[in-house]
Design a protein around this ligand. Structure first.
Ligand code: ZN
Length: 84
């Protein structure tokens, strides 16, 4: 079994130590970044690595439990996270 610390390390490494939402590098912010659930557990998301993102505190708090946003002038909701 993989510990949460190892999972967090892997997520951080995969993200290149950048927030996966705003792309800010962790070295530019004093606060520790978070391992964030792309699809929140409250919506059925898992803690498997493919559902985790490295996020600065600001992005993580603004995203909260949302997975998509409605943009003005766009008929369809847009996903907040799109891993290419
Ligand atoms: Zn961010």
């Amino acid at each position: 079994m993989t510990s949460w610390g190892k999972i967090a390390e892997e997520v951080e490494k995969r993200a290149g130590r950048r927030c996966e939402y705003c792309r800010m590098h962790q070295s530019l912010q004093g606060a520790t970044f978070h391992v964030e659930h792309v699809v929140p557990r409250s919506l059925g998301g898992t803690s498997e690595i493919h559902n985790l993102a490295w996020a600065c505190p600001s992005c993580n708090l603004h995203k909260s439990d949302r997975v998509e946003v409605q943009l003005p002038g766009v008929s369809q909701a847009v996903l907040l996270f799109n891993r290419l």
